[in-house]
Design a protein around this ligand. Structure first.
Ligand code: BG6
Length: 480
């Protein structure tokens, strides 16, 4: 990446997200040579009183220097990276810390790039959203780059409902322009999600069949085989609909369902995402199943009488020519029987069936986001004695491309930020429609208007969810 001294500032540097995701992602970019070698500095900022060395020691265990270049041994690369990390402690709501932070950044910029050259400043807010407004205000007042760009990356949750999200957008919008703000949704950085548009629009075999004439239903599924794991305090306030469905799964839905963009520019792509979101009908209670796992409230950080759902299946309906009548079934749950995320496109039955295919199940295209990225197509094949059987056309990435290193979602997205590419970030109007879709449902859930079904930790979730999915026409196939 060209363009002058690069400062990457991670606020909330002593927290979980920073050490588990942000710093390791930045380190991987560094190790693979994506960052400028000499004009580079990392800055951690948080409230904890730590020395530079203490922060480096905390981060070291999370940095993995695997890789293909044998001339660089792991410890050398890690030490080199850590030598570029400095730490500043300060409050999130007072000026002193940010004045000090700016001085330190400026000092390094001059030391590395001279007094004149262009500079780039990326601020990554690995912080609770409640402090976004004040932190952004102080960055705006004290840390703006005078010699190049300033970009600010923010993590979800962006608000709790339409009104709070709009209030937050207004506050941030007064401080930064839309092209300075990067709203990250890390699902948009996942390999299979990044491939969706190419797969859909560059493959003639998919183009003519991607519609209501051929597709019976589409599921977008997120499952985790663990519970809230120490994040109960955060989770209990938000619940599964806000944590996974309103953002990660809805973003995936956009890419599966949107029309072909006019060009590949970020604005054209996001225009189409907004359009398909606007065509989603309001959600009816009969299209929702909610659950909570049996041991959820054993977590001391969860309210003892909590009614927060840890599982939800929500059927969305898109009212346009392509999708009228095709249910989009979004399902997400914690503490289930396995960990995976996938998109399942189920095709309609073949007319004039002479092979008794129905018994074997339908054609299905499965795109597995994780674990082990794969795309496979369930097809009917001849079996013994002329009966049909089901098999798979299988593109499992790790088998097919043995040397492939699939970058972590956060790596790609941080690199996109440095390059100024907003294609995989959520635009303000997109966020607004996403909240418009889910806010009435969220309010009804909070008013206790929908039943909350108890399910066993480690199970498939409430039986009622499978029943709803089948009612929507999903014919169960193997591996589901
Ligand atoms: C986060 C959620 O956004 O995504 C977590 O807040 C969830 O609750 C995580 O565990 C899942 O991400 P991934 O990449 O592991 O599927």
């Amino acid at each position: 990446v060209q363009g002058g001294c690069l400062s990457i500032v991670i606020l909330g540097a002593s927290g979980d997200l920073a050490k588990k995701k942000t710093f390791p992602a930045v380190f991987n970019l560094f190790r693979q040579g994506f960052l400028p070698e000499h004009q580079l500095q990392f800055f951690g900022y948080a409230r904890s009183r730590l020395s530079d060395q203490e922060l480096r020691d905390r981060l070291r265990g999370y940095l993995k220097a695997g890789g293909t270049d044998p001339s660089k041994d792991a410890a050398t690369v890690i030490n080199h990276f850590l030598s570029l990390v400095t730490y500043t402690s300060g409050a999130y709501d007072t000026e002193e810390g940010f004045i000090k932070l700016n001085e330190i950044i400026s000092f390094h910029e001059v030391a590395k790039g001279g007094k004149e050259g262009p500079t780039r400043r990326l601020f990554y807010l690995a912080l609770p959203p409640s402090v976004y407004p004040v932190v952004c205000k102080l960055i705006r007042q004290h840390c703006m780059n005078q010699r190049g760009w300033t970009r600010v990356v923010v993590e979800k949750p962006f608000g709790k409902d339409l009104a709070s999200a709009e209030a937050l957008s207004n506050q941030l919008g007064e401080l930064f322009t839309e092209d300075q703000l990067y709203r990250i949704d890390h699902y948009l950085g996942k390999e299979i999600v990044q491939n969706l548009l190419v797969m859909r629009f560059a493959n003639r075999i998919f183009v003519p069949i991607w519609n209501r004439d051929n597709i019976a239903n589409i599921q977008i599924v997120f499952k985790e085989d663990f519970g809230t794991e120490g994040r109960g305090g955060y989770f209990d306030e938000y619940g599964i609909v806000r944590d996974i469905i309103q953002n990660h799964l809805l973003q995936v839905l956009c890419l599966v369902a949107m029309e072909k963009p006019v060009t590949l520019t970020p604005e054209h792509i996001r225009d189409e995402k907004v359009k398909v979101l606007k065509a989603i009908e309001s959600i009816k209670d009969k299209d929702v199943v909610l659950g909570q796992y049996d041991t959820y409230k054993d977590d001391p950080t969860v309210a003892p009488n909590s009614t927060t759902p840890t599982f939800a299946t929500v059927v969305l309906r898109i009212n346009n020519e392509r999708w009228d009548g095709v249910p989009f079934i979004l399902k997400a749950g914690k503490a289930l029987d396995s960990r995976k995320a996938e998109i399942r496109v189920q095709f309609k039955d073949t007319p004039g069936d002479i092979f008794k295919c129905k018994k074997q199940g339908r054609n299905e295209l499965v795109m597995r986001l994780q674990p082990s990225e794969a795309m496979y197509m369930k097809v009917t094949q001849p079996g013994l004695e002329m009966s049909a059987t089901q098999s798979e056309l299988d593109l499992s990435y790790h088998q097919r491309y043995q040397d492939i290193v699939i970058p972590e979602a956060y790596e790609r997205l941080i690199l996109d930020t440095i390059r100024g590419d907003q294609q995989h970030f959520v635009r303000r109007d997109e966020l607004k429609v996403a909240w418009q879709i889910f806010t009435p449902l969220l309010h009804r859930i909070e008013e206790g208007k929908l039943p909350l079904i108890n399910y066993k930790y480690g199970s498939r979730g409430p039986l009622e969810a499978d029943e709803l999915t089948e009612r929507e026409g999903y014919v169960r196939t193997s591996g589901y």
